[in-house]
Design a protein around this ligand. Sequence first.
Ligand code: F3S
Length: 314
Amino acid sequence: MTLDTLKSPAEKIESKRSLGFSDDDSIEITISPNGGACFGVVRAIKLGQQAAAKGKEASAPVYSFGSIVHNPKTIRELEEQGVKTVEDSAQITSGTVILRSHGVRREIEKDFKSRGVQIIDATCPLVKKPQKIAASLGSRGYFLVLVGDANHPEVKGVLSYFGSDNYVVTYKPEDIDKIPSEVTKVGVVAQTTIEVKVLNTIVEQCQKRFSEVAVYNTICDATSVRQEEAEILAKKADVLIVVGGKNSSNTNKLVKICKQYQPATYLIEDIGEIEVGWFDGKKKIGVTGGASTPQEYVDEAGEKIAAMISASLS
Ligand code: F3S
């Protein structure tokens, strides 16, 4: 940070939640108002913490099948409290299992039940919605167009509720043309974290081809609100910090959106990764976080940046 960017070298820099910056020449750190964990993630973490406490009391094991949320730091903290993350469901044969916020495949839940494992369902209610719609479309003979990433656990979970092979998972309109010609009615369902414009493009393509198209916009607002705010901030900021798991799809989408408008965008999982050199000569600093990033991590990042800049100026 160069001293001439400030009126007073000793000026204390603070971070605040807002969606803009003032027009003057001061250094400002603005945190996106909704940057940070969505209600589904907050709920899942709370359920994990409660399960850990109960497990400790009863001296019974507590597992999470896959990461409860896509944030490695949160997973480490939960592990310290007693929640063991296990990727192979067969390894969980007793105690309690927490089902992650993105949901799990139906048959896996059934297996846990058959083995007498107690289930704490931390599946986000907004992920339950596409699961239920997929089950209903399957029972009514629809061809399912699931707009999303075939490798994402949420998508695999939703498909397991559909119950037949009459589906395609895609976000490319050209894949709609490959749907077998005998199909007449399709149901379009979205992965909760995809961009609205991707869903709209697929819906348009379906409407060109099929006489009956049932559309279910199951995109979660939490994601789109964070994406819209990130875009506004990125257009105004000199540098952007996105806080979140490097394995989190919604966090990576935020980074992608921010980079379109502000190439000086950095993704951090932990505040220890922040480098003071990123802010050299910058005055408008934006901070946001993915929907899987606990609020306090985003606030901590704002405070750390403020402290680093203040220290570099004194
Ligand atoms: Fe749920 Fe939306 Fe969060 S689906 S887990 S509230 S991003």
